[in-house]
Design a protein around this ligand. Structure first.
Ligand SMILES: NC(=O)c1ccc[n+]([C@@H]2O[C@H](COP(=O)([O-])OP(=O)(O)OC[C@H]3O[C@@H](n4cnc5c(N)ncnc54)[C@H](OP(=O)(O)O)[C@@H]3O)[C@@H](O)[C@H]2O)c1
Length: 267
């Protein structure tokens, strides 16, 4: 299935089986001349997404991000599907709903493994290819809680903050190498994220939070994200007024922000 046709871009999306990654893949196929590689773990959902997008526009590469296989092998396999990789969207991730006091230490390790270390491993495995091609783009899905912490999210927020440190450093290292590093910070988006979020013992909560249910639809989010992906912005926020207000307060009125976030309904 490989091709050297340069007219379209090859975009690899992790977390494509659900929520933001899924909606983004549909939107990219709708508005951009691209070929997609859809990653996640749930093969059935990836297959249904591929059918929706079109067999000639998308390939599936299902894998466990925290698995034992070398990430270099995954990158080589993905590259073979369409002959190259022009962009990667790192959307796979897992959230948390538990207080610090109650949370097992293993939950911190698990959330960092998925949200941070797997993305570091993937970026390190993909970077040599981008350098060899002389172009490439990393689109990293962080969160508003990558910019500030809230109750119930200590592990999740810390893992997203860590992404900013790593990818900001990477951007500085590849600044003049035609490699883009963009971080996207979503506010509340109505997906399965809270349902799949881990509790204090690392089990799925299985609950759709009110804040999530009232968030942006994944489709509306994806429309905005596709526009930003092809802009020159290095960090973008996409979300509602309350989350935007939080970012503003944290930056300009940090003392007031502390009492605001302590009272905020984040579930
Ligand atoms: N929704 C929000 O309000 C919100 C807000 C801020 C940031 N975000 C971020 O947006 C990204 C997407 O979240 P979402 O809302 O779309 O949540 P979601 O509906 O729960 O989707 C999560 C995706 O991540 C994949 N994934 C999770 N663990 C994985 C693993 N170990 N290996 C491979 N794939 C794995 C899942 O694949 P399978 O289902 O196939 O296992 C699924 O495709 C996440 O990084 C999240 O932190 C979301």
């Amino acid at each position: 299935m490989s091709s050297n046709n340069p007219s379209w871009e090859v975009i690899w999306v992790t977390g494509a089986s659900s929520g933001i990654g899924r909606a983004l893949s549909v939107e990219l196929a709708r508005v951009k001349d691209c070929r997609l590689i859809l990653s996640g773990r749930d093969h059935e959902r990836l297959e249904s997404l591929k059918n929706e997008i079109g067999q000639d526009r998308a390939c599936i590469y299902a894998f466990e991000l925290t698995g034992d296989a070398a990430m270099e092998e995954h990158v080589q396999s993905v590259q073979r599907l369409w002959g190259r990789i022009d962009r990667v969207v790192l959307s796979a991730g897992v959230s948390q709903r538990s207080f610090v006091l109650d949370t097992d230490f293993s939950v911190y390790q698990k959330i960092f493994d998925i949200n941070f270390f797997s993305n570091v491993r993937l970026a390190k495995a993909l970077l040599p290819l981008f350098l060899e091609q002389g172009r490439g783009a990393f689109h990293v899905v962080s969160s508003v809680v990558g910019k500030f912490g809230t109750p119930w999210r200590s592990a999740y927020s810390a893992s997203k903050h860590a992404l900013h440190g790593f990818f900001d450093s990477l951007r500085a290292e590849v600044y003049n190498k035609n490699i883009k590093v963009q971080i996207i910070c979503p506010g509340f988006v109505n997906t399965q994220i809270s349902y799949n979020a881990l509790n204090e013992h690392g089990e799925k909560t299985g609950v759709l939070d009110k804040a999530q249910a009232h968030g942006l639809s994944a489709e509306a989010f994806a429309m905005q994200m596709v526009r930003k992906m092809f802009s020159t912005k290095q960090e973008v926020f996409i979300g509602g007024g309350k989350e935007r207000f939080g970012l503003f307060l944290k930056r300009f009125f940090p003392e007031f922000f502390a009492s605001f976030v302590a009272r905020s309904k984040v579930r």
